[in-house]
Design a protein around this ligand. Structure first.
Ligand SMILES: Nc1ncnc2c1ncn2[C@@H]1O[C@H](COP(=O)(O)OP(=O)(O)OP(=O)(O)O)[C@@H](O)[C@H]1O
Ligand SMILES: [Mg+2]
Length: 247
């Protein structure tokens, strides 16, 4: 297939770049402007948090950026490649090669162990899992001692870690998580944010999350606030300072 490599050290940076993104829904005579002209780029190793009230377009934005939904208008580049006009098969390839999606409901299969749940995406593709690699990923997300447990034997935070490990098994360049701390208490949510920071710093993973929680959001490198489908505020955090700088 034509186009740049989807994985490897030569991956283009930013990983995601979008201009003038719009996503309109038609409901009878009413047009819902879920996204109304959003420019965004996400670089390697960067954690970007999308904040904003309910209905502001956060989920719509991450779905469009993850190629789960198509924009009504605008340009979207993923790993240096324009997504417009790609066939469904090509989109699947982009999603698989670049994006790891952490689903909000975790979507764990109750009869499979933690290890098997993590390896599920490979099984779906008919690929054999490398147990050593699965182990490493479980260690990385802090579940080294839960490999043979069933989901019902886990806490909410641990289930979230399984969902993250499952996204990591495909070796994504960017991890996308819609409200990853939404169902978690403060301490557990904080430990997930800490894990994201570790993954970004150590693996160079880009991470895109949405959250209602300002305290979590403001731990990201960049905080983008949406209102009515538009970016109303964008703040960059610099590691050497603790205050947020408006850009
Ligand atoms: N399939 C759809 N059809 C019509 N309107 C939709 C559809 N999906 C979302 N919307 C509308 O688009 C807007 C943005 O929705 P979205 O789910 O992106 O918000 P959100 O910021 O993720 O909210 P929340 O914080 O509650 O998850 C809302 O007004 C919503 O009602
Ligand atoms: Mg949402």
């Amino acid at each position: 297939m034509a186009g740049p490599e989807l994985t490897g050290p030569n991956l283009p940076d930013p990983i995601i770049e979008a201009h003038g993104l719009k996503r309109y829904y038609q409901r009878g005579s009413e047009t819902v402007k879920a996204l109304d002209g959003v420019d965004i780029s996400i670089r390697r190793g960067e954690i970007v948090a999308i904040l904003g009230p309910s209905g502001s377009g956060k989920t719509t934005l991450v779905n469009v950026l993850s190629c789960l939904d198509a924009p009504t208008e605008g340009t979207l580049m993923v790993a240096g490649r324009s997504v417009a006009g790609l066939s469904e098969d090509e989109l699947v390839e982009v999603r698989r090669g670049v994006l790891g999606f952490v689903f909000q409901q975790f979507s764990l299969l109750p009869t499979l162990t933690v290890t098997e749940n993590v390896e599920l995406p490979l099984m779906f593709l008919g690929r054999r899992a490398d147990r050593k690699k699965t182990r490493e990923i479980l260690e990385m997300v802090g579940l080294g001692n839960r490999a043979d447990h069933l989901p019902r034997e886990l806490s909410g935070g641990q289930m979230q870690r399984v969902a993250i490990a499952r996204a990591l098994i495909m070796e994504p360049q960017i991890l996308v998580a819609d409200e990853p701390t939404g169902n978690l208490d403060k301490t557990t949510g904080e430990s997930i944010i800490k894990l994201f920071k570790h993954l970004a710093a150590d693996q160079g993973l880009a991470i895109l999350i949405t959250t209602h929680n300002l305290a979590f959001g403001y731990q990201a490198d960049r905080v983008i606030t949406l209102e009515d489908g538009k970016i109303v505020k964008q703040e960059e955090r610099h590691p050497e300072r603790t205050d947020a700088v408006q850009t």
